[in-house]
Design a protein around this ligand. Structure first.
Ligand SMILES: O=C(O)CCC(=O)C(=O)O
Ligand SMILES: [Fe+2]
Length: 400
């Protein structure tokens, strides 16, 4: 395994990253599932009808909205960089809008996202279930009840995770075959039109060369950056009460950047700097973006991996399923997760390390450790709210 230290990470742009993204299809605005563009008809698939947005006024997190189309010009980047920096230093979350998909294309993604759950027979799902604990990789299905939440209650959510290459060595269920090219285009859209522009802004925020983080997030490099579709199912009263309405415990994501495609069922909450849980409000066709552990390591604590959790939705949205679409970004596998200590910001703020640089895990070690342990290992109760586990010598906290 090659260890990539800070010097090597400044190496020239990897050729794979210069590849231009697949041209996005511009789709006519139509609510039906058959979406056409001149000369092309996309495969017909069932339409997923999501719950209407909640009418309740919840305590919403106040997050900045970043118009990513502005990142196309140097002036735009200069304006966005401090806003992205401040959001990732304080809340660890922000919204991205104007990323290039229109509403029809967005709906199509959610129709596709429901296919692996509603349109793949249970027997076939089992054939594609990931061996998560053993392999430390999320590829394939995470079926329901795989994780322990609290008091003997298991989760009621399914994942289907696809390595971003989509048609690489990972095989997919029959129902997904016709839409694999669209999922691949979706992966490239997230990678090149959202992730890379954000990484450039984050590098700028640390006064590092703009390509610093882009260079270690190659689309074609060895690494597990993946697309996830996810479906939550309503739970029983008993499950709700035994878990105090927590569907997915408070956690940080282990990668660098998570891109969550905003959907109408309110359930995601973030732990605000003042220690209060606040709800993430749905913004149509927006992306909710957060930093994970790997970004916190690489930035020496400059950017925060914010704790978030999923809870029972407000009363007017109970009884609905909740389908999600995500892009979980990580660095290339061989990157050692040590801070870019050469950043001039460390002349003004303290660098924070979770362990000595010599002991720091690579991205591959960190993702395997966190993936295998999640929802499986015995957590050590620290106090009423916090439980701890140790991964690769680093303490990971779970919040109730
Ligand atoms: O479903 C959500 O809104 C968030 C899920 C999440 O935090 C995760 O899968 O890491
Ligand atoms: Fe998460």
């Amino acid at each position: 395994m090659t260890e990539i230290g800070p010097a090597a990470r400044d190496s020239p742009f990897h050729p794979s990253q210069a590849a231009s993204p697949t041209t996005s299809l511009v789709l006519a605005s139509t609510p039906s599932s058959v979406v056409t563009m001149p000369g092309t008809t996309l495969p017909s698939i069932p339409h997923y009808v999501p719950a209407p947005p909640t009418a309740e006024s919840l305590e919403w997190a106040d997050l900045p909205i970043i118009d990513i189309s502005q990142a196309a010009t140097p002036e735009g980047r200069a304006e966005l960089a401090p806003r992205v920096r401040d959001a990732m230093r304080t809340q660890g979350f922000l919204y991205v809008v104007n990323h290039g998909y229109d509403q029809a294309k967005n709906e199509r993604i959610f129709d596709i996202a429901d296919l692996p759950f509603a349109h793949v027979p249970e027997d076939e799902k089992k054939l594609f279930a990931g061996n998560i604990k053993q392999t430390g990789s999320y590829r394939g299905y995470k079926l329901r009840r795989y994780w322990h939440i609290e008091n003997g209650v298991h989760d009621q959510l399914e994942h289907y995770n696809l390595h971003r290459a989509i048609t690489g060595d990972q095989k997919h269920p029959k129902a997904l075959q016709p839409v694999l090219p669209e999922i691949r285009a979706f992966a490239e859209h997230n990678h090149f039109n959202v992730l890379h522009p954000l990484l450039r802004l984050l590098a700028r925020g640390m006064e590092l060369p703009e390509e610093t983080f882009v260079n270690i997030h190659g689309f074609d490099a060895k690494g597990e950056t993946y697309v996830r579709f996810m479906k939550y199912y309503p739970r029983s009263e008993e499950e709700e009460s035994k878990t105090k309405n927590v569907w997915l415990k408070g956690h940080t994501d282990f990668g660098t950047i998570t891109i969550l495609w905003s959907q109408p069922v309110s359930a995601l909450q973030i732990l605000s700097p003042d220690g209060k849980w606040r709800w993430i409000k749905h913004i149509p066709n927006a992306l909710v973006v957060n930093a994970g552990d790997a970004m916190e390591f690489l930035s020496g604590g400059f950017y925060k991996a914010t704790i978030h959790r999923v809870v029972q939705p407000p009363a007017d949205q109970r009884g609905y399923t909740r389908v999600g679409a995500f892009y979980f970004a990580m660095t290339d596998d061989d990157v050692k997760l040590v801070p870019f200590a050469e950043s001039p910001v460390f002349e003004r703020v303290d660098i924070v390390r979770k362990c000595d640089d010599a002991d720091a895990p690579t991205m591959e070690q960190w993702r395997r450790g966190r993936t295998s342990a999640y929802g499986q290992s015995e957590l050590k109760r620290k106090d009423e709210v916090v439980e701890e586990e140790v991964i690769n010598g680093v303490v990971v906290k779970h919040y109730n």
